[in-house]
Design a protein. Structure first.
Lengths: 130, 422
């Protein structure tokens, strides 16, 4: 499961940081295992102009966030809406299995939720806290 | 398969392992190394056979069956309680209430004794080292009654409960003190006898959570003098779904049952009822008969080697592991120091620098080693008191051996090299 590429992304994650004035940002966590993630999206004309993430977690969650944020740059919100587990499996190169599903998909779930909130302008309490 | 009953026998780990079919399982091409007995223990053939025999040859409901196999089932069920009573040195099987697990035992005390005795503004005292099972029932009770929940502080310097802190908390005159006998995270064995003595001086009722102690050491409820003692069969070679609430007869007589139904009443009229004798008053409905019979066989198995021999074996294994793991750079160990082995059981929580415990557990799994990672159902202890998000944990039982500790050391090396930890 721990291919060189996963370890490399975990050690030197891409797109790690914050966007000062994001179109939307969203914080999510897996309290049971301590994974903690915030996604910042810069959206223009319904396309992901820029994306960054911050947080802490296991190698699987952090590497998948690093790879996913690379992948979604330039993608449309419609394309993001259609993304599911297969994208994550393709990116990280392994099927995380039931035990690690939550870690592997944390970034995707957060990106999709953020894109959804952006489209529906439903910036909830969670977002205001940030 | 040897009949593991009768007088005590010499402790030989290879002979013991032969009784546990699961230990022959292959995981990723290697023999399973099972180091998660604090979560649940494995089961020997003797326990499986006893339950199988019940279902195959004398399956019948207990109490009042006027036919041979029902009598046999009733006898086996009661005999299991007699064994348990003897195992913890209770006065009689009347003090042994069968429940689902330690969690249910504690909840029954909080619901029955708690609702009758706790009033607004009363204090309830637990410790900072509790499993959620000995925390949430008291949080719920405190909320129902607007009572105050206090905590005996943990002394982080030695991973023990702060006994001066205990005195300060006892000055608030708590109605009940509920404390673990052994921590499932730190491995700390608490001085249950001393805590009980001090609490009784203040007039408090005492509950001891023995989920992590009863499987691993000689427990004597008379010596501790606890009012309530809770533990689970599945952590001590028995099946899941059966556990024990031990309580002093006087308390059980005073308490109202939490659940009503068949078997727990003596007589019922349309406008009244009277409770059955102890312990049946607290066991509404058909109980876990097969579970009780399996539990009885588990007690026989433990008695066959003796709890002192089992404790000695685990102590040696824990010392060996603490020394080996303690020598690895980048590894942090939690719980009492190896020099304080008398006050710790076979639970070792650890962290590897820079590596998330879930990654550690996953790499261990690839090596065929089963360990646990997370907050171990003691979230405030791990996240608030120790200040970390989660931990990896290995835990031992009578069937573990030194070479399995060596496998842990090798697996840690693997984690370190994968994650380039120096």
């Amino acid at each position: 499961m721990y291919a060189e590429e996963i370890i490399a992304h975990y050690e030197k994650p891409h797109n790690k940081g914050e966007i000062k004035d994001p179109s939307i940002s969203l914080h999510e966590n897996n309290p049971l295992c301590g994974d903690d993630l915030t996604i910042y999206l810069k959206i223009e004309k319904n396309k992901i102009e820029d994306v960054k993430f911050s947080g802490v977690g296991c190698a699987i969650s952090m590497a998948s966030a690093s790879m996913l944020t690379d992948f979604i740059k330039g993608k449309s919100l419609g394309e993001i809406e259609k993304m599911g587990l297969p994208i994550i499996i393709e990116l990280i190169g392994i099927d995380p299995g039931p035990a690690r599903l939550k870690c592997a998909t944390l970034s995707l779930r957060t990106v999709k939720e953020a894109a959804f909130l952006y489209q529906h302008k439903e910036v909830d309490e969670k977002t205001k806290e940030l | 398969m040897a009949d593991k009953t009768g007088p005590q026998h010499e402790f030989k780990v290879e002979n013991i392992r032969a009784d546990f079919p699961i230990l022959k399982t292959e995981m990723n091409g290697r023999q399973l190394v099972y180091l998660d007995s604090a979560a649940t223990s494995q089961k020997p053939n003797q326990v499986l056979k006893a339950m199988d025999e019940y279902y195959k040859t004398y399956n019948a409901n207990i109490h009042r069956g006027i036919y041979r196999i029902a009598e046999k089932a009733t006898e086996a069920y009661i005999e299991s309680k007699v064994k348990v009573a003897k195992f913890i040195n209770a006065n009689a099987m009347q003090e042994i209430v069968y429940v689902r697990n330690a969690t249910e035992a504690i909840n029954i005390v909080a619901l029955s004794w708690g609702d009758a005795n706790i009033k607004k503004g009363d204090h309830i005292l637990i410790s900072e080292m509790e499993h959620h099972s000995n925390m949430i029932p008291w949080m719920l009770l405190a909320k129902r009654k607007q009572a105050v929940l206090d905590y005996i502080p943990l002394d982080k310097s030695n991973s023990k409960l702060d006994m001066n802190g205990l005195n300060k908390m006892l000055d608030k005159n708590p109605k009940i003190v509920a404390v673990t006998h052994a921590s499932n995270v730190l491995g700390t064995i608490t001085d249950a006898k001393e805590i009980t003595k001090r609490a009784h001086k203040k007039g408090s009722v005492v509950l001891i959570d023995g989920a992590q102690s009863a499987p691993h050491m000689k427990v004597d409820v008379k010596d501790i003098d606890s009012d309530f003692f809770a533990f689970s069969a599945h952590k001590m070679l028995g099946p899941t779904g059966i556990g024990v609430l031990h309580a002093k007869t006087k308390l059980l007589n005073e308490m109202e049952p939490v659940m009503g139904g068949g078997d727990m009443i003596k007589s019922v009229q349309y406008d009244s009822y009277s409770w059955n004798d102890l312990p049946w008053k607290f066991e509404a409905g058909t109980p876990n008969i097969a579970g009780a019979i399996g539990f009885g066989a588990a007690i026989d198995y433990l008695d066959y080697f003796g709890m002192n021999s089992i404790r000695e074996h685990e102590k040696q294994l824990t010392e060996y592991a603490l020394e080996k793991l303690g020598a690895i750079k980048g590894v942090t160990l939690y719980g009492p120091d190896v020099k304080d082995i008398e006050n710790r059981n076979g639970v070792i929580a650890f962290g590897i620098e820079k590596v998330h415990p879930h990654d550690v557990a996953q790499i261990f799994d690839a090596e065929g080693i089963a360990i646990r990672a997370g907050h171990h159902c003691a979230m405030p202890l791990v996240t608030q008191r120790l200040g970390i998000s989660s931990l990896s944990r290995i835990s031992f039982y009578l069937y573990n051996k030194e070479s399995e500790v060596d496998a842990v050391v090798d697996a840690i090396d693997k984690v370190k090299s994968l994650f380039k930890v120096k």
